[in-house]
Design a binder for this molecule. Structure first.
Ligand code: GLN
Length: 277
């Protein structure tokens, strides 16, 4: 089978199995299995694909057809222009979360103490460090397995960050100029309505925001006050329908100048509150 035929066959197979981006996914799997880029592909479309690669490619197409997210197969996802390693112990970094990083970067200066709660793959804190390396960064997660992935990513990007296994603030000491968090925020009842890739393969722990989806915001808002320096900021990623509730919770807890920032689709995505003196 030639490379060209392999992509076409893969695309057809994925489409028949209800995968939306069938063409893209087939190409990405082929590129992953064979270690080739677009250039090589166009130069060698009619070249025969090595036998053992064909076998591997077919196996991975079957995996994808079962709705395993592409990123868990290729074990990587790009975020803020950087490559992050992922596996099924961490949420796959989303483009929407880049808004949170950008808003955090507007408020972070060299020398600041920064905390990332529910760090998962570490994509948020590591992207911040790649942009502003001269900060003191702490990243916490309740999942030891997630922290292993985050540590690998920190090594991969050569940044220095302390990792802490902690249920939110339980093991966190000291106070911070900026606290960022993309906590689990899907209401439990909504999880079954998510696409199979997310519902069946991404870690439940990273998705489930309990009853109304706001469980972790309440706790972080409440306990965060003790860990924010005067003049510090708390920044959250939120689900697009949670903007008003989360900013209300923040104002009620005494945070000042709360703002909501929209994502590229025009949906509420980030809520920020200040701990002004
Ligand atoms: N902080 C990680 C991310 O934004 C993980 C978030 C989570 O597990 N809820 O991708």
């Amino acid at each position: 089978m030639t490379y060209c035929k392999a992509v076409r066959k893969g695309e057809r197979f994925l489409r028949e199995n209800g995968i939306e981006e069938a063409g893209t996914d087939a190409w990405l799997l082929l590129s992953f299995v064979c270690g080739i880029d677009r250039n090589f592909y166009y130069m060698h479309m009619q070249t025969e694909m090595p036998e053992e690669r064909q076998k591997r490619y077919t196996e991975l197409l079957q995996k994808r057809a079962k709705r395993v997210p592409l990123q868990y197969i290729t074990e990587e996802q790009e975020f803020m222009g950087f490559r992050f390693l992922v596996d099924s112990d961490v949420l796959i970094p989303r483009q929407d979360t880049e808004i949170l990083v950008e808003e955090a970067l507007k408020r972070i200066r060299p020398g600041m103490d920064v905390l990332d709660l529910c760090t998962g793959s570490g994509c948020i804190v590591i992207s911040i460090l790649k942009n502003i390396p001269e900060i003191c960064a702490l990243a916490a997660d309740i999942s030891a397995k997630a922290l292993c992935v985050a540590e690998k990513n920190a090594r991969l990007h050569g940044v220095s960050v302390r990792f802490l296994e902690s249920d939110l603030f339980s093991g966190v000491q000291g106070s911070f100029d900026v606290i960022v968090s993309n906590p689990p925020y899907i209401p439990t009842k909504e999880i079954k309505k998510l696409m199979p890739e997310v519902r069946d393969f991404e870690p439940r722990l990273a998705l489930d925001g309990k009853e109304d989806g706001l469980f972790f915001y309440r706790r972080i808002i409440e306990e965060g006050k003790k860990h924010l320096k005067p003049g510090g900021f708390l920044l959250f990623e939120i689900g697009c329908s949670q903007g008003e509730e989360v900013s209300f919770l923040m104002r009620q807890a005494g945070y000042r100048e709360t703002v909501t920032v929209k994502d590229l689709a025009g949906l509420d995505r980030v809520v920020i509150g200040g701990n002004h003196v």
